[in-house]
Ligand binder design. Structure first.
Ligand code: DAH
Length: 361
């Protein structure tokens, strides 16, 4: 092929320079030398005007082609250099995600958080999903919809934290239990409902066995045919999975809650040898939860027809579960943020409880 004006040589020179450029900066220099305002190819293009018309056309086409090819080569090389740089970074910046996030960190996962996750894991396996509600509740959700009218004696037992009265006379409360989430779940979820609601709860009470903030997990199952046998089975499955033993014995005692009828409290067997409580051994009983069949008034308050749907509910104290399972003696230490306590009773950040991998592993 003919090469009028030595363009071939120019092209080869640039091709070699592009291939040899080992950084984006070096490549940019080549680009400026070839295609920059004062670059060689740009200069040649500017010179086209001085050529006689019959030469100008062929020369112009050749220069345009050269410009296009060099431009494409520059682009490709730039991408190559970027890829190589990224590759290099990935090699040197590799992280082992199983290492502690901050090796120097002194903290650990709080037993309450860990037990919370254990409970969610167990109920997820049984087909429950997690529901939530606000910490600040209206009187309706916290009491009235749960069949606790204004003068009901159960209100006294709840040691409620009240907010200031509003202009319309209403008062918000810090929720005293997770039961209001039952109503919220009934209002927003289609049947059949199978939810648990773990969360913080608040009562104006503080002594050896009570803290003003504590944790509960609520459960609600509602459909057309759920009965007490299902409740009993669910609780037995939960206890076996949670305490990681098939030996837990359960005792159902008739009780009273305004929001369930009939109501039962559930005890599990335990021993108290050496001042340490062991679940699933011995002949002593320990109360762990309240439960029952959802009261018709509660079903109605949740917007459903108690002649058509029925179900069960229960509420468990998460902090109490943690104390029992991990032999933690003092409830108040849970909320003192003492790092020595946390280091002793806490869990490593990556010990996520799974049924397959072991809950307390
Ligand atoms: N809300 C009760 C409490 O805080 C616990 C409870 C008892 C919840 C019975 C329930 C239930 O859902 O059926 O003491």
């Amino acid at each position: 092929m003919s090469d009028p004006g030595g363009l071939k040589e120019l092209q080869q020179g640039f091709e070699a320079a592009i291939a040899a450029a080992d950084s984006e900066a070096a490549l940019e220099e080549v680009r400026v030398r070839a295609l920059g305002k004062k670059g060689e190819i740009s200069q040649l293009m500017k010179g086209l005007g001085k050529l006689p018309p019959e030469e100008r056309k062929a020369r112009g086409a050749a220069l345009n082609r050269l410009k296009g090819e060099i431009g494409a080569l520059l682009g490709r090389r730039k991408q190559e250099l970027r890829d190589a740089a990224l590759e290099e970074r990935l090699k040197t910046e590799r992280v082992d995600v199983t290492l502690p996030a901050r090796p120097e960190a002194q903290g650990a996962i709080h037993p309450v958080s860990h037990v919370w996750e254990e409970v969610v894991e167990i109920f997820a396996d049984l087909g429950f999903s997690v529901a939530e509600g606000p910490h600040i509740e209206t009187d309706w959700y916290n009491f009235e919809a749960l069949n606790i009218p204004p003068e009901h004696p159960a209100r006294q037992e709840h040691d409620t934290f009240y907010f200031h009265k509003r202009e319309d006379g209403s008062r918000r409360v810090l929720r005293t239990h997770t039961s209001p989430v039952q109503i919220r779940a009934m209002e927003t979820r289609p049947l059949p409902i199978r939810v648990i609601a773990p969360g913080r709860t608040f009562r104006c009470d503080s002594d050896q066995t009570h803290t003003p903030m504590f944790h509960q997990v609520e459960a609600l199952v509602l459909d057309e045919s759920t009965h007490m046998g299902h409740l009993k089975w669910t609780l037995e499955e939960f206890c076996k999975a949670f305490f990681e033993t098939d030996n837990v014995k359960m005792r159902f005692r008739a009780s009273h809650f305004p929001f369930t009828e009939p109501s039962m409290e559930v005890d599990i067997n335990c021993s108290w040898q050496g001042g340490q409580v062991k679940v699933g051994e011995g002949d002593d009983w320990l109360e762990i939860l309240g439960s029952g069949m959802v009261h018709p008034n509660v079903i109605r308050a949740g917007g459903h027809d108690p002649d058509k749907v029925q179900g069960f509910a229960f509420g468990i104290g998460i902090d109490r579960l943690a104390m029992l399972k991990y032999g933690i003696p003092d409830l108040r230490a849970f909320f003192e943020s003492d790092l020595r306590w946390l280091r002793h009773y806490g869990f490593r950040a990556l010990d996520v409880p799974t049924l397959a991998g072991g809950l307390s592993a």
